[in-house]
Design a protein around this ligand. Structure first.
Ligand SMILES: *Cc1c(COP(=O)(O)O)cnc(C)c1O
Length: 474
């Protein structure tokens, strides 16, 4: 479907958007000054369409989530069928629905039954809230109530609820609302290009992991409950740690008996070329949070998969008084289950690992000689381009962080490619159905946009972007 499905009055919708709708992670005044947001009307495959008639290659898979692409009638049919049969029932009343049980079983199988128990929620933030409450309840039940502290990283993203923001390491988010809540400590992130270029990457990876051990010793090992991290930081700027980092993190967690939690909300479901990001980085977590790719964004659903050891302890603790109205929502679960079946049927994980992932890496490498590119990096189908003013020193445009990403991002969108600009990084996370030709298009548009922005950035004329989303989160 490429023509607009309905005859919307776009100008009126934009007016009403300003009058009534508050968007996520935005400067409301900026949207008002723009005369309202871009109205996205429909989508197919890897393309979104807006009310002004633009067809835009979706290099972000929606918001890191539309893994199998847009326009899957199969998911619409599954949702309609399930809605007719049973649109809702809860899991509070010693009750459950067939799709919830089947999806839990499927998720368990995707961990090779290493994490056989699954708790459902509606969003990634809620999944991390569940992690937070479950981990603390686990330690209390186990007889170690002092173990309450979570260790996370600066510039991590774990969601927008109070616990999600607190677990996350986004400074701009902490500044609004006196966060983080107590009991959460942040350590340095393994961001080699920005913070470690004077070191060998492997040594830098070890040094970043050692910061966790230092923090554990500072707090007291018997007070630390868990370490949480995204295998690859997504919203922080697609930060791919040196290969030494995660195995050392795992070794440290095991040494002090601390739970290891991976936030797989972006990295899960094939994004990095394996089912899970933790496989790509080579660790075995005790718990994982997942969302986004779980349903390819077709409906809101998230999950936490948990080890047998943890659940065995929880079973000795009576009611775990936690859960949501929509935990295990049957329509969302049915859609997620079919989404996973489609990923399997179309071998999208294998394709990402063996074909499109390596192809993206090669295409990105072709950008590396560009005078404004400091580094390119990718894992599977998630990637980033670091924009620099000076290739030799890595200096940023305007002498400070943060101008180039949003500027080049705007040019990319105008040129027909949706990407995000996070500080001075262009990040991409296309649907896993993307073709070689579409990857070539994506890279060509980024190159052209860099060229177009070059003069403006060098003149320091780039307008200031008070765009919280792109400066800080996604
Ligand atoms: C998006 C995201 C979340 C939050 O998910 P929501 O569904 O927006 O609540 C948590 N963790 C990571 C790694 C994410 O990318």
């Amino acid at each position: 479907m490429t023509s607009a499905p309905r005859n919307y009055d776009i100008a009126e919708l934009r007016r009403l958007d300003v009058a009534h709708h508050l968007p996520a992670q935005q400067d409301y005044k900026l949207i008002e000054d723009m005369g309202g947001s871009r109205i996205v009307t429909h989508a197919d495959g890897c393309y979104i369409h807006d009310g002004d008639g633009n067809r835009i290659l979706d290099g972000m898979a929606g918001l890191w989530c539309v893994t199998i692409g847009y326009g899957r009638d199969e998911l619409a049919d599954v949702a309609a069928e399930q809605m007719r049969e049973l649109p809702f029932y809860n899991t509070f009343f010693k009750t459950v629905t067939p799709p919830a049980v089947m999806l839990a079983t499927k998720i368990s199988s995707l961990t090779n039954d290493r994490l056989p128990h699954v708790f459902f929620n509606a969003s990634g933030s809620e999944a991390n809230d569940t992690v937070f409450r479950m981990v603390r309840h686990y330690w209390k039940t186990k007889g170690e109530p002092e173990r309450t502290v979570f260790i996370s990283r600066h510039n991590a993203y774990h969601g927008s609820t109070v616990a999600g923001v607190s677990l996350g390491g986004m400074k701009s988010m902490h500044e609004q609302g006196n966060l983080p809540i107590p009991g959460i400590e942040h350590v340095r992130q393994p961001y080699w290009f920005n913070e470690g270029r004077d070191m060998d990457p492997d040594a830098f990876g070890i040094a970043c992991a050692e910061a966790i051990e230092d923090k554990i010793l500072e707090i007291g090992a018997d007070k630390v409950a868990a370490f949480i991290g995204e295998p690859i930081q997504g919203a922080g700027g697609v930060i791919i740690p040196p290969k030494t980092y995660w195995p050392e993190v795992e070794r440290i967690c095991r040494k002090y008996g601390i739970l290891l939690v991976c936030d797989e909300v972006i990295c899960g479901f094939g994004r990095t070329g394996n089912w899970w990001g933790h496989e790509t980085v080579g660790v075995k977590p005790d718990m994982i949070a997942m969302a986004k790719g779980l349903s390819s964004g077709y409906l809101p659903i998230s999950a936490v998969a948990v080890s047998k050891e943890i659940v065995d302890v929880l079973k000795t603790g009576g009611d775990f008084v936690h859960g949501f109205t929509y935990s295990g929502h049957p329509v969302a679960a049915a859609v997620a289950l079919r989404n996973i079946e489609i990923i399997q049927r179309e071998q999208l994980v294998e394709r990402t690992r063996d074909d499109t992932g390596p192809y993206l890496a090669k295409a990105l490498a072709g950008l590396a000689d560009h005078p404004m590119v400091g580094e390119v990096r990718s894992a599977g189908l998630i990637g980033a381009v670091e924009i620099v003013a000076d290739k030799a020193t890595g200096a940023r445009f305007g002498g400070a962080e943060g101008t180039a990403g949003p500027t080049v991002r705007d040019a990319c969108i105008a040129n027909g490619l949706m990407v995000r600009g996070i500080r001075d990084t262009i990040v991409m996370c296309p649907p896993l159905i993307i073709t070689h030709q579409q990857i070539d298009d994506m890279i060509a548009i980024i190159r052209r946009s860099l060229d177009e922005c070059s003069a403006e950035l060098r003149a320091g004329e780039a307008p200031p972007h008070d765009d919280t989303t792109d400066r800080a989160i996604s």
